[in-house]
Design a binder for this molecule. Structure first.
Ligand code: ADP
Ligand code: MG
Length: 254
């Protein structure tokens, strides 16, 4: 079996649907029989709790990065996929990592240890382009970029794309764009349709045909510690993420 493809879910804007997409795409792929690891790399740890894992029990990825705990020992198994949890402690890691050797590659080294056990590893990034996100860009094979389907969807994206170019030039030459996902999308409005066209011009061939609608069930599920497919499998949000999982697999030949 091939080793996992590592996909970072990234956009330095907050509230665009990174965590929601990470949890629900991971769970939908797990339900489709894929071996999944979700690495929560945001100190807010919303993906951790969204997968039903208690974010106060261990330091998770922080202990792996800073205290040399084996990655395998920090992983929590759930019926929605394996989770490498985050915690508040991760907020301090960027500062603590500055003195460590190969500080940009700490996450890559951590994931290398377990990569053979999975088909896909998803990294939920924090809303910034600082050292944590740089670690994710250096660990990843590809980037999945959620964009909120609104007027300012592309705002700030040139900063992200410049960072990606710099990373490709030196640290991670093989970094690709996995796909661009329109989230919280209302396809009935002219504005949303215009935004979708603009995003497709900016990322030719990369925008998923599947769009994620605005759906209140998606915002309720995390407080129940469940991905949408387990919280309400027949709602529009669940259907969209199941369809996204299929499109994702098709792009990856399997
Ligand atoms: P990010 O990780 O980019 O900061 P989140 O995934 O946490 O974004 O989403 C921000 C907020 O919007 C959360 O409260 C989440 O529950 C809600 N949300 C995300 N996607 C949708 C959607 N498609 N429909 C309705 N609410 C959504
Ligand atoms: Mg988030």
């Amino acid at each position: 079996m091939r080793m996992a493809k590592i996909v970072a879910i990234v956009n330095q804007k907050g509230g665009v649907g990174k965590t929601t997409s990470c949890v629900n795409l991971a769970a939908a792929l797990k339900a489709a029989g894929q071996r999944i690891l979700l690495c929560d790399f945001d100190p807010q740890a919303n993906a951790t709790s969204g997968m039903g894992v208690d974010k106060t029990v261990s330091n998770g990825i922080y202990d792996v990065l800073i205290n040399s705990v084996e990655t395998e020992k920090a992983i929590v198994r759930t019926s929605y996929g394996d989770v490498l949890p985050s915690s508040k402690a991760l907020a301090g890691a960027s500062v603590e990592m500055i003195d460590l050797p190969e500080r940009q590659f700490r996450l890559r080294m951590a994931l290398e240890q377990v990569r053979d056990n999975y088909d896909y590893v998803f990294i939920d990034c924090p809303p910034s382009l600082e050292l944590l996100t740089l670690n994710a860009l250096c660990a990843a094979d590809s980037l999945l970029v959620p964009l909120q389907g609104e007027y300012y969807a592309l705002e700030g994206l040139s900063d992200l794309m410049n960072t990606v170019r710099l990373v490709r030039r030196s640290l991670n030459p093989k970094l690709e764009i996995e796909g661009v996902l329109l989230t919280m999308f209302d396809g009935r409005t002219n504005l949303a349709i215009q935004v979708a066209q603009e995003v497709k011009r900016f990322f030719p061939g990369k925008v998923y045909a599947t769009v994620i609608p605005r759906n209140v069930r998606l915002s309720e599920a995390p407080s129940h510690g469940k991905p949408i497919t387990s919280y309400d499998r027949s709602c529009r949000g669940a259907e969209a993420y199941v369809q996204l999982a299929q499109e994702f697999l098709k792009r990856n030949n399997g």
